[in-house]
Design a binder for this molecule. Structure first.
Ligand code: NAP
Length: 479
């Protein structure tokens, strides 16, 4: 029995078509729900509705926007159980992590409600330049227009909220396309936004293949594109999309440095392993590499193996599960290719490394991984911790930066001078000192450098991306 059946949300109507997209559980292939997709999704029609939605939404009073977003946050919180189950079923995320995602989603919407009230401008004197008179100069922030949002599978509720919420707070309207593997959470979120009082044309949600529908949307003339997903697709969108404003949140290859001054290696190794394995490693800021200084190496690897073996692998709906399945067979094949390549290049499998039934891979620790192994160079997106051995801290910084990516980077050290050096020298959008790379609060700026993306999210930053500053000069009149 499927959990839910949806159409697409177009022009304020739930439109059901002939094409059926079955959403299957990555854990046991059971049917979670289905989306009935219209045969022809007309992008011009979506834009027309979105323009109408924009006109109506931007005329709403500020307190109405705030109240609608606050109510959306409340509705999400109230439905924590139902939404967490949906996330766990369609994406395979362990239920405890799924509940955390729901709570974060409610927080994102609450923060957006606050931002909707703070679309403030500035005042400047006109006579700071010699020869000018003292006209008053004001700035106001206006919505950029219609936002196109495209999201990946791994946070199917929270990442859409990180786009829809700020766009609505900025008084924009949105056309949203979720990942085809996990569209149900987005569709349910849209229902709740409408229930909360968001204008029915300000949010539209369409479902379809990225390579076809996603591409047609991205080639169209929306006013802003907010994309989260893989580097490959992000780089393609950069090339083909005429949309003038683009935020691209892409993949990572996040390193964690552990040096020989760390006292409690057992605790640090445990944290690093959890950082590599939460949501089976399918997190953009997951720990993708541990870079460990020689004098701490053996002890770290042993502790990491113990930590990995203590994690429970299994059914995402089971409260005791720490590590669920990978999304699909393709994802598992990619992870296994990375593991096999590392072994061929001389790495040792300390624990894990063999898939169990279906798409479950037990947490895997690889030791003595060379820097040129795929698992050290590319985003693996699986529950695998490659541990690289380096001579000293200088080497560790060099190895950490030897990647095309730059999302987050982290360092565990007891020396302040090294922490400061790491903060300054690591090439990443965010550096975490004495913590792992998977750190994000929803009001901090978030995004990458190098191949990890363009622009910043995080509620206030996203709202800024979706607004344009207008300057108004108040003259003194002619009388
Ligand atoms: P993906 O394959 O790039 O898909 C992301 C979205 O793009 C999906 O909605 C997909 O639709 C769509 N898409 C695919 N091809 C497209 C095209 N040619 N034109 C327009 N849209 C297209 O990524 P994923 O596998 O779902 O997600 C995992 C990736 O996302 C990882 O690399 C991860 O690091 C990254 N990620 C980054 C962040 C961050 O904030 N930096 C956060 C989470 C995830 P279909 O599903 O229909 O193919």
């Amino acid at each position: 029995m499927p959990e839910r059946e949806f159409g697409c949300l177009i022009g304020g109507e739930w439109v059901e078509g002939e094409e059926e997209l079955l959403v299957l559980s990555p854990y046991d292939d059971s049917e979670v729900g289905r989306v009935l997709i219209p045969a022809e999704i007309d992008v011009d029609e979506l834009r027309k509705h979105a323009k109408e939605g924009l006109k109506r939404w931007r005329e709403r009073r500020t307190h109405e926007l705030r109240e609608a977003l606050e109510e959306a946050a409340r509705l999400v919180r109230k439905r924590e159980k139902e939404l967490a189950r949906l996330i766990a079923l369609e994406g395979g995320k362990p239920i405890r992590e799924a509940r955390f995602e729901v709570r974060r989603t409610a927080e994102v919407l609450r923060l957006c409600a606050g931002e909707a009230e703070r679309l403030w401008g500035e005042t400047l004197p006109g006579d700071a330049q010699p020869g000018r008179v003292s006209e008053l100069i004001l700035t106001v922030r206006e919505p950029v227009g219609v936002v196109l949002s495209i999201t990946p599978y791994n946070f199917p509720l929270m990442l859409p909220a990180h786009k829809l919420g700020p766009a609505l707070a900025a008084r924009c309207s949105v056309v949203h396309k979720p990942a085809s593997e996990t569209p149900l959470s987005s569709l349910r979120l849209a229902e709740l936004l409408l229930d909360a009082g968001v204008d029915e044309r300000a949010v539209q949600v369409v479902v379809g293949p990225g390579g076809e529908l996603g591409e047609r949307l991205a080639r169209s003339d929306f006013d802003a594109l907010s994309f989260t997903g893989s580097r490959e697709v992000g780089e393609r969108l950069l090339r083909i999309s005429p949309i003038p404003r683009k935020t691209l949140e892409l993949g990572g290859n996040d390193p964690v440095i552990v040096d020989e001054t760390v006292e409690d290696l057992e605790r640090v190794a445990e944290e690093v392993v959890r950082g590599a394995c939460s949501h089976a490693g399918q997190v953009c800021i997951a720990v993708e590499r541990a870079i460990v200084v020689e004098d701490a190496y053996e002890e770290f690897v042993e502790a990491a193996a113990r930590a990995a073996e203590s994690l429970r692998v299994g059914n995402p709906l089971d409260e005791r599960t720490d590590v669920g399945p990978l999304l699909n067979d393709r994802a598992l094949r990619k992870v296994m290719r990375h593991v096999e390549d590392a072994v061929e290049r001389g790495a040792e499998v300390v624990t894990g490394g063999e898939p169990r039934e279906r798409r479950l891979l037990p947490p895997t620790v690889l030791a003595d991984v060379p820097e040129d192994a795929l698992v050290a160079r590319e985003e693996t997106f699986g529950p695998v911790l490659p541990v690289l051995r380096v001579e000293d801290f200088d080497e560790a910084l060099r190895a950490a930066n030897a990647t095309e990516y730059g999302l987050h980077a982290a360092v565990f050290t007891n020396r302040l001078d090294r922490a400061v050096r790491a903060a300054r020298e690591l090439e990443a959008g965010g550096v975490i000192i004495n913590g792992v790379t998977n750190y994000r609060v929803d009001y901090m700026p978030f995004g990458g450098v190098k191949a990890s993306g363009v622009g910043r999210e995080g509620v206030p930053w996203a709202v800024r991306e979706f607004t344009e500053e207008k300057t108004i000069v108040l003259g003194r009149g002619s009388s």
